[in-house]
Design a protein around this ligand. Structure first.
Ligand SMILES: Cc1ncc(COP(=O)(O)O)c(C=O)c1O
Length: 371
């Protein structure tokens, strides 16, 4: 990087372009507000190191029972190290959503920080992040949003959300293995960084320690070009003509809206089909009228059903699903399924067809009829 020869200049330019593209995807004010890293979990642990010293023993942080462990254990570790009090926001096992009155009830004058799940990688629930962030920021808390599950299914606008941090993983939005963190500019500027002397003192460089994966960043650019293509060819109905947003943001958002619309038909077939199988409980929103509050990731269990055995049966028919906890231990524990093998999770996305979803449902019904 930053060499005085052509290939280095090209690599430097590519790195800048990847930051600019991600800034547009998140609608961040500046490419400098975007920090690349190996994955969400590593970036989050890094942020616990640099945010931790801001807090004092007895300060309170909030996390939720809907987190992937990547947005849970790092913050609990920070809290244990610094003597912070951790409060956990529950969600309803009837509606699979938060009750925002319960969030209000957790907030005190000592609330300093909250880690929040944008969309659950088990339940599929999309949370009212803008409202949650507003509540927490009004109380003076820093907000850290995990958008890993949401980013492949919906448009993101960090300025509209008004969050302090938001993190996603490119491999979930059809790109390579890269984590991408947005941080509010003034915070990134003022926070300390674990960096070498030779590394610049400004963001994002100071947080991107060591040699970065330029091939990964090039792949992220490719994924964003794909989303732009999707937006302009299949999302024209969503292309705002007079938007104040950058053109690339408009195209990406159009792609995500077109995707979400199409994915609702996948959710409908999946949820409806699974709900018809005797004994099966879908752990998530099942009312089609509320499908704009879910992504098409659908988890289920049935008393006596071994999730792993079903996943292996489906694999034998070319249908690949996850079983267990998918690292979202707080969710599986809250469901009371931690000792029962967790759930079976079917995660179609925009490149799947209704026929594929129906095939999966038919196979699951066939298996459940005899097990
Ligand atoms: C909701 C959610 N958060 C965080 C993570 C962790 O992301 P990474 O694998 O990039 O560390 C995942 C990964 O599956 C996830 O689904």
């Amino acid at each position: 990087m930053h060499g005085s020869f052509r290939t280095s200049r090209e690599a430097t330019e590519l790195e800048h372009e990847a930051h600019a593209a991600m800034a547009d995807m998140y609608h961040a004010p500046s490419p400098d507000d975007v920090v690349f890293g190996p994955n969400m979990t590593t970036l989050t642990f890094m942020m616990t190191r640099v945010l931790g010293p801001r807090f004092e023993a007895g300060d309170e942080i909030i996390t939720t029972h809907m987190e992937h462990d990547g947005n849970n254990t790092p913050w609990r570790t920070m809290a244990a190290e610094r003597g912070l009090v951790v409060k956990t926001l529950p969600w309803s096992r009837d509606t699979y959503e938060f009750d925002l009155d319960e969030l209000h009830a957790l907030i005190t004058p000592r609330t300093r920080f909250a880690s929040l799940n944008y969309a659950s990688n088990i339940l599929g629930t999309v949370n009212p992040i803008k409202e949650m962030v507003a509540t927490l920021r009004a109380a003076g808390a820093i907000t850290y949003v995990d958008a890993v599950q949401y980013a492949p299914h919906g448009p993101i606008d960090v300025q509209d959300l008004d969050c302090d941090f938001l993190v996603a993983s490119a491999y979930k939005f059809y790109g390579p293995h890269q984590g991408v963190l947005f941080g509010r500019g003034d915070l990134l500027t003022s926070l300390p960084a674990y960096k070498l002397r030779v590394v610049p003192d400004h963001a994002p460089d100071k947080f991107e320690t060591g040699t970065q994966s330029l091939e990964g960043q090039a792949g992220v650019l490719g994924a964003i070009e794909y989303l732009q293509w999707l937006g302009t060819t299949m999302g024209s109905a969503h292309l705002a003509t007079a938007s104040a947003l950058p053109r690339r943001t408009v195209e990406i958002h159009a792609a995500m809206r077109a995707m979400a619309q199409y994915e609702q038909s996948l959710s409908e077939h999946l949820v409806d089909g699974l709900s018809r199988i005797p004994g099966v409980v879908v752990h998530g929103i099942t009312d089609p009228a509320a499908f704009d509050r879910r992504v098409p990731t659908v988890s289920f269990s049935r008393p006596g059903l071994d999730p792993q055995a079903l996943a292996e049966f489906l694999d034998g028919h070319g249908v690949y699903v996850w079983n267990g906890h998918s690292y979202a231990l707080p969710v599986i524990e809250w469901l009371g399924l931690a000792d029962l093998g967790g759930v079976v999770r079917v995660g179609p996305t925009h490149y799947n067809t209704v026929a594929e979803v129906d095939l999966a449902v038919d196979l699951i019904a066939e298996y459940c009829a005899v097990h």
